[in-house]
Design a binder for this molecule. Structure first.
Ligand code: HEM
Length: 439
């Protein structure tokens, strides 16, 4: 296979602009010889001083002497610089049509990933992407049978579980992959945090990633209600109650619920958020995140290069991607194992008039916040907890702009400690909920 280096089209000399009329482009004495004179006074200014000798400005040359109307030069170079690069038949087919995007592919081929003792953590971003792709595929399959109404939602889930061939498996994969995706994203976030990958120039990779995590949590929250079962119903009732303590929050809750309480109206709203708005937003931020990954490449931890801890570099395409593929296979095996061995039960159909069952709790990724709210059960405590959590979230999102030392390639132990405290808070509070409620 030939290299993809641009070559001029065979047999074609680079196009020389023709003088518009004889005598129109006479070289002025002592100046660059081929500098054309404007055909009509004032129509085209002479080229700036220092222009390469012999290079005539096509614009001036193409302008006809008489009419002053611009006529593009007829003898143009072939626009496809890859024309003579021999590829496979399929490669040639694409090159002939999409030669404009070839430089992007060439650029991506150059991307390299540094090899060091923490390289293992680089695989979690790709694994998160893998689980997201699984979510889209299985979500689309579930959509073929799911009915988002209070009357039919639960029974359509029963139908998917019991009647649709492999429907049970698709549903379990969708539910488990959602959990694994969020777990993977947390690991990805903390690993990039502790490696300080967010530092200059990757600030927007961190910000776009953080937004992706928030959107993923939104997916979890809105998807939880869709089976319209008892547990999800009351958990949503409790969860959507929380913003009410914030001024103006009641209005927001009304919009989210479609009324004062959780009702079939809420189901329709959660459904539209889950299958239209959130996927659209995720696609947008995911595209930005992945483009930035290509533009900036993969970082190495601070001072690793200077300390000689980089063992070398490997090509992203195909070496790193192939290793990513191994991670995806392991992730897929785990996903199937969990889906088959530990199915999520549907429980009972939601009954808004029934008393709330005991032990209502949200999904595990909201346990830390849930515990904080429980700990702040004093006058004004809930509001304080929400304010603290919101400030914490904003600070966390802006870390790349606050950690000035890291951006100067200097170690920033204060931020490492901050990250450890955040991680400890999440783990300890999550474990406390587990101790009280079980899984
Ligand atoms: C749907 C969610 C996400 C997907 C699919 C995703 C995907 C990826 C991929 C494939 C990479 C390149 C490989 C790697 O370094 O792991 C990457 C890099 C990165 N991601 Fe994410 N990511 C997501 C969410 C996040 C989150 C939540 C954060 C942090 C708040 C984040 C921050 C970063 C940073 C800073 C890098 C650069 C790593 C480096 O250059 O060393 N990402 N992401």
């Amino acid at each position: 296979m030939a290299e993809n280096t641009p070559k001029p089209a065979a047999g074609k000399a680079p196009a020389k602009p023709k003088p518009a009329a004889s005598g129109a482009a006479k070289p002025a004495a002592g100046k660059a010889p081929a500098k054309p004179k404007p055909a009509v006074p004032g129509a085209a200014k002479p080229a700036a001083k220092g222009a390469a000798p012999g290079v005539a400005k096509p614009k001036a040359a193409a302008a006809p002497a008489s009419s002053g109307v611009y006529k593009p030069p007829v003898d143009r170079p072939d626009p496809n610089p890859y024309k003579d690069a021999k590829e496979s038949a399929v490669g040639n087919w694409f090159q002939e049509r999409f030669y404009n995007v070839m430089p992007i592919i060439d650029y991506m081929k150059k991307k390299e990933v540094p090899k060091h003792r923490l390289s293992f953590w680089y695989y979690f971003g790709g694994l998160g992407l893998f689980f997201f792709i699984i979510q889209i595929i299985t979500g689309l399959l579930l959509l073929q049978y799911y009915k988002p109404t209070g009357a039919e939602a639960f029974s359509s889930f029963v139908f998917i579980q019991k009647e649709v061939p492999y429907g049970w498996l698709i549903r379990q994969i969708h539910a488990w992959s959602a959990n694994l995706m969020i777990l993977t994203l947390f690991i990805h976030m903390f690993s990039t945090f502790f490696m300080k990958s967010y530092r200059k120039p990757r600030e927007l990779m961190w910000v776009s990633g953080f937004i992706l995590l928030v959107l993923s949590l939104g997916f979890g929250f809105t998807g939880y209600l869709l089976p319209w079962n008892e547990l999800a119903f009351f958990a949503t009732q409790v969860g959507t109650e929380v913003p009410k303590v914030v001024p103006g929050g009641a209005f927001l809750v009304d919009i989210l619920r479609g009324g004062p309480d959780v009702s079939p109206e809420t189901l329709t709203r959660m459904f539209s958020l889950h299958v239209v708005l959130l996927p659209g937003l995720v696609m947008l931020f995911l595209a930005a995140h992945l483009i930035l990954v290509q533009v900036f490449g993969t970082s190495a931890p601070i001072s690793y290069k200077e300390a000689g801890l980089i063992k070398g570099y490997e090509k992203f395409f195909p070496t790193f991607l192939a290793k990513d593929g191994i991670g995806w296979l392991i992730g897929f095996a785990l996903l199937i194992y969990l889906s088959v061995m530990f199915p999520w039960h549907l429980g009972l159909k939601a009954d808004p008039l029934a008393p709330a069952p005991v032990g209502i709790k949200p999904e595990w990724y909201f346990w830390a916040q849930f515990q904080l709210l429980k700990d702040f059960k004093f006058e004004g405590g809930e509001l304080l907890a929400i304010v603290l959590f919101t400030i914490g979230g904003v600070v966390w999102m802006l870390v790349p702009f606050l950690d000035r030392k890291a951006s100067q390639e200097k170690k920033s132990p204060m931020f490492t400690i901050f990250g450890l405290l955040v991680l400890a808070f999440l783990l300890v509070n999550t474990y406390r909920v587990y101790l009280q409620y079980g899984w």
